[in-house]
Design a protein around this ligand. Structure first.
Ligand code: ADP
Ligand code: MG
Length: 679
């Protein structure tokens, strides 16, 4: 028997070429192979009847290839196979045609006479039923019981160099050879049920329910490790000594009275929650979540005034210089009349404006670099991090590590699904701004496939003539950022010609900061009417008079990004329009853009984003420092996540330092050394 931790190179289960293929997919140990779970299952005990109609769910068919040929369409070539129903059941048609585009090598794999299993969605084309690009497996064993047929067969994510069939055999062999005890986990979420059995059930289930139960066990384990880290961090913060602030509310009251509008109910509620935290002797660690335009800045101002009123300094960190500068202007506008000293500090501008004011600044605005410049602060009581999903868990940890231990408020404009909130921000308390400030005009989103340029130009002209302003957005592809910036530049020249009498400005990431700032200021002051821009405006300026955004090649942007972009308009009293332009070629893109047209609810968009892209990608853009998740289904597994949280809570309360009965778990804590300096 082999230990689960045996290297496959040493295990001698498979030939070297196969071991290499596995290694290139990150599968090195027997355990890694077994963790390569099925992506789906096919119940090969009874196959579907050959479909007579298109649409519906994918079908799983068994048949014999009776004819194959390479074909050439007007622009594409494809390999075609006619498959006959091997069962001869008489139900449904006797044959179906399958097509694979641009895969001529299939001629070597698939030939007449072979028996195959097919999986795919039936479609109709010119009156015939087809399956395009079905998954298929050639079956050539007719003798005896098989792991491939007459049972529920696992189907895996493709591994280059290894067929589905071979992979299934490898899993079967690994399961047979592995020492069951070596598959135990450091923390068994269900000690009464051997993990080795769960592995067997997930790969070769007797029923689909059994496979699902097995997957859930692995998902729970993965969530558990995550939550253990979250609960650990949270406990460190909770037990650290903080400061008591928020006793004096005089400044806050003066601030309320100075505002020309009433705060929304959600803003008031959030400020109250923050006030409660500030008054506690432990450090605040709170997340303020709200769509672009929901008024987070004003909540931050209120929090910072409470800190200032307690005699300490407050700092606000923005992800970019432009944003820091904008915050600085906003803060000066609202807080200087109250006698508060506000200063701007960014990496680029050392000649900071705080030299101009008398006395130490009470409020500092800057980029994230500010965080690590301790010399700036004499007595930092509150840090607000305007994170825009670009600021990771680790940096937050660093504040605590430095022993500054201020109260921390993290603001994010990216609404994220609850499961992810509990994962990424699980150590934070959460306040949500779910109410839009009053007095905003309606926002209409329209999806247009290649509209006539003259119509589009006319629509832009109409808005400008009515006194409004517009954003014309072009994509910026990261790898060739420069190129795309140029294409916005090219577009800008065209728009200058299309819009005589109006001032057209250009804004993109390759411009130097001074220039960007100058353009944005001119747009804000209505000297520029139309801003041709890349996604740099995603986190950016607040111009309520701008009511039109046209996003070109909208399919190139992610959902979350489109939502952020759209947040730039709909901020004023006028009716606003977001027009998404696309070529309509990709059905996936159309689905994605359809979501934007349908809803403006950031949480719904976030869930769709997660569904369409998967957690790996979504987490990736958040730079959360969390890896891929293999087992959980993030949308469906909220209950599992709660269960994992409860388990982690229980363990940390039983053994807070993981030095006692749960010492085996200590190795799973990522930031253990840092945490030790705190406690
Ligand atoms: P966020 O930071 O969440 O994107 P901001 O705090 O920048 O939002 O506010 C967006 C706009 O809404 C600003 O122009 C601000 O002046 C305005 N605003 C904020 N709160 C209110 C409110 N309660 N009533 C009316 N307008 C508000
Ligand atoms: Mg903001």
């Amino acid at each position: 028997m082999l230990s689960a931790d045996t290297q496959l190179v040493e295990a001698r289960l498979f030939v070297p070429k196969e071991v290499l293929s596995l290694a290139s997919a990150g599968i090195h140990r027997v355990r890694d192979l077994l963790d390569w779970l099925p992506r789906r299952y096919e119940d090969r005990r009874r196959f579907d009847a050959f479909p007579a109609e298109p649409g519906g769910a994918p079908v799983c068919l068994r048949g014999t290839v009776i004819d194959t040929r390479n074909r050439f369409g007007s622009r594409v070539r494809f390999y075609e196979a006619v498959v006959a129903d091997a069962r001869g059941s008489g139900v449904g048609p006797a044959t179906i045609t399958c097509r694979w585009f641009n895969m001529p090598f299939l001629a070597k794999v698939l030939a007449a006479g072979q028996e195959i299993v097919l999986h795919g969605k039936p479609k109709e084309f010119q009156g015939r039923i087809y399956i395009d690009h079905p998954e298929f497996e050639v079956i050539n064993d007719s003798s005896g019981p098989s792991i491939h047929l007459e049972r529920i067969a696992p189907v895996y994510r493709n591994l280059s160099g290894i067929s589905q069939r071979r992979l299934r055999e490898m899993q079967y062999q690994a399961l047979a050879e592995v020492e069951p005890g070596s598959l135990a986990a450091p923390f068994d979420v269900d000690p009464t049920y051997p993990r080795a059995d769960t592995y067997r059930e997930v790969h070769f289930p007797d029923a689909l329910e059994q496979a699902e139960a097995a997957r859930r066990r692995f998902a729970l384990e993965e969530f558990f490790v995550l939550q253990l880290n979250v609960v650990w961090r949270r406990a460190r913060i909770r037990h650290a000594n903080g400061r008591v602030q928020g006793k004096n509310t005089g400044l806050l009251t003066a601030f309320y009275h100075s505002l020309p509008f009433d705060l929304t109910g959600a803003q008031k509620r959030s400020i109250k929650e923050i006030l409660g935290d500030l008054r506690e002797p432990r450090p605040m660690n709170r997340l303020l979540q709200g769509d672009v335009g929901s008024g987070k800045t004003f909540v931050a101002m209120a929090a910072m005034l409470l800190a200032v009123d307690s005699g300490s300094q407050a700092a606000l960190m923005a992800p970019t210089q432009i944003l820091a500068e904008q915050h600085f202007l906003t803060f000066k506008k609202w807080l200087e009349p109250l006698g508060i000293r506000v200063a701007l500090r960014t990496a680029d501008r050392r000649e900071s404006s705080h030299l101009e004011i008398e006395g130490a600044p009470q409020i500092l605005i800057g980029t994230h670099a500010l965080l690590f410049d301790e010399a700036l602060f004499s007595d930092l009581g509150l840090v607000v991090i305007d994170e825009q999903h670009k600021f990771g868990v680790m940096q937050r940890g660093r504040l605590i590590e430095q022993g500054i231990r201020p109260d921390v408020l993290v603001m994010t404009a990216t609404p994220i699904p609850r499961t992810l909130t509990m994962t990424i921000y699980g150590d934070l308390d959460v306040s949500i701004l779910d109410e839009r400030p009053a007095g905003r005009g309606k926002l209409v989103t329209a999806l247009r496939i290649k509209p006539k340029q003259t119509d589009l130009t006319q629509f832009v002209k109409d808005q400008l003539t009515a006194g409004r302003q517009a954003y014309l957005v072009y994509p910026l592809v990261e790898e060739s950022g420069k190129l795309k910036a140029e294409s916005a530049t090219a577009a800008c020249e065209k728009w200058v010609k299309r819009l005589p009498g109006f001032e057209v400005g250009l804004l993109h990431g390759k411009m130097d900061p001074e220039e960007k700032e100058r353009v944005m200021r001119r747009f804000r002051d209505r000297e520029i009417h139309v801003l041709v821009a890349t996604s740099v405006i995603e986190v950016g300026i607040d111009v309520p008079n701008a009511n039109l955004m046209v996003i070109h090649h909208a399919e190139r942007f992610g959902l979350a990004q489109l939502h952020q972009l759209r947040g730039r308009i709909g901020r004023g009293e006028h009716k606003s329009y977001c027009i998404l332009l696309t070529d309509g070629k990709s059905p996936d893109a159309m689905e994605k853009l359809g979501v934007m047209a349908k809803t403006s609810d950031g949480f719904v968009i976030a869930e769709e984003d997660l569904r369409l892209r998967g957690p790996g990608d979504v987490l990736g853009t958040m730079q959360s420092g969390l890896g891929d998740f293999r087992f959980p289904d993030f949308l469906a597994d909220t209950a599992l996540l709660r269960e994992a949280r409860a388990l982690a809570d229980r363990i940390i309360s039983e053994d807070p330092d993981l030095t006692g009965s749960h010492v085996a778990l200590a190795g799973h804590i990522e930031d253990r050394p840092d945490a030790q300096t705190v406690s």
